[in-house]
Design a protein. Structure first.
Length: 337
């Protein structure tokens, strides 16, 4: 039986041409459209001290989103655990879960950028062990009535856990990664998984997830979201799509590499460059037929059951993002299988 494909939306809420207040409102309206169209989830990246994110506190944005939508689920993609006090994290997640009547999900990460991590006075070399401690404390705090924990970085004695989430034992967990070790971690821990990269990499990672899950006796991966994210701009013609998308992407490219370039670090220049991304189909720009074919090919080859599109980025106007999303929901999504 073919796997049912579900759709999600990914976002950075990167700085646009209008005010931050206008940016928030335009994004919330876009998510309302995705909610009405039946999207499964909205996923918001967490970044700090960069134009890439005008929503560095995802929880605050989600509080507004929870009140503006009715069905769509939402998650950070991801909360950077080394930058969170675990008790505050538990409390915020519980609040959001109740504010949304159980639509909260939780992407978690150590963080990719050492420059962002350092802005919080966290040693990038210690993020792995801090991540491990915070995740363990989170799980205990969600499940236990009283929290006791002793670790290298945190210690709690007889802390009452008065806040509990709407969902039991806690909201579903996600792990985003484009490495083999990352997908193996997600599979072992029973977490939903999302990645980016060319179709060949996605195919390899999804196959590895299923292998690891089967090896540990968790073969029921049909219930797990195994997804890939793509930046998208759809228009009626190829020429129109490229005329709008190229300058918008140039703006986004400057934002995502902003801190790296300030540190004279060019490690990710080629990874996000326009031409390689077009060739590798990690950004999908074009007519309805072109983008539909690219998405269908990715799904067929990789075995993902969750396709996540980013429809608002760089200098795309709210109107351009809405038109692209409307073409996707009306003429692409219904024909994907």
């Amino acid at each position: 039986m073919p796997t049912k494909i579900e759709f999600g939306m990914f976002d950075w809420v990167d700085r646009g041409p209008k005010s931050v207040a206008q940016l928030y409102e335009s994004r919330l309206k876009l998510i309302e459209s995705a909610d009405r169209a039946g999207f499964y989830g909205y996923h918001l990246a967490e970044h700090h001290s960069t134009s890439l994110s005008m929503a560095p506190s995802p929880s605050v944005f989600f509080a507004a989103l929870a009140q503006r939508t009715r069905h769509i689920r939402f998650s950070p993609m991801a909360y950077l655990l080394p930058m969170y006090h675990p008790l505050r994290l538990i409390e915020e997640v519980c609040m959001l879960d109740h504010l949304s009547n159980g639509r909260m999900e939780l992407g978690i990460s150590r963080g990719v950028s050492p420059y962002e991590i350092a802005t919080y006075s966290v040693d990038p070399e210690e993020t792995r062990e801090i991540f491990t401690e915070v995740l363990e404390i989170f799980r205990r705090g969600m499940s236990d009535e009283v929290l006791n924990y002793t670790g290298k970085h945190f210690e709690f004695r007889d802390v009452p856990m008065t806040m509990k989430p709407f969902q039991k034992p806690y909201p579903p967990l996600w792990y985003p990664s484009f490495s083999e070790s990352g997908v193996e971690f997600a599979a072992r821990e029973g977490m939903h998984f999302m990645s980016l990269g060319p179709p060949s990499l996605i195919t390899k990672l999804i196959a590895r997830y299923r292998e690891v899950a089967a090896d540990i006796g968790n073969g029921g991966t049909d219930k797990m979201k195994l997804g890939a994210m793509r930046q998208i701009y759809v228009a009626e013609t190829e020429d129109e799509a490229f005329a709008v998308a190229k300058p918008a992407y140039d703006d986004w490219y400057r934002s995502i590499l902003e801190l790296w370039h300030q540190k004279n670090d060019h490690a990710y220049d080629d990874f996000f460059a326009w031409e390689p991304c077009l060739a590798g189909e990690t950004i999908l720009i074009g007519s309805v037929d072109t983008v539909r074919d690219q998405i269908q090919r990715l799904i067929t080859e990789s075995g993902i059951n969750y396709f996540v599109g980013s429809f608002a980025w760089g200098s795309l106007s709210p109107e351009e993002s809405h038109r692209s999303l409307d073409l996707f929901t009306s003429r692409i999504a219904p024909e994907i299988h």
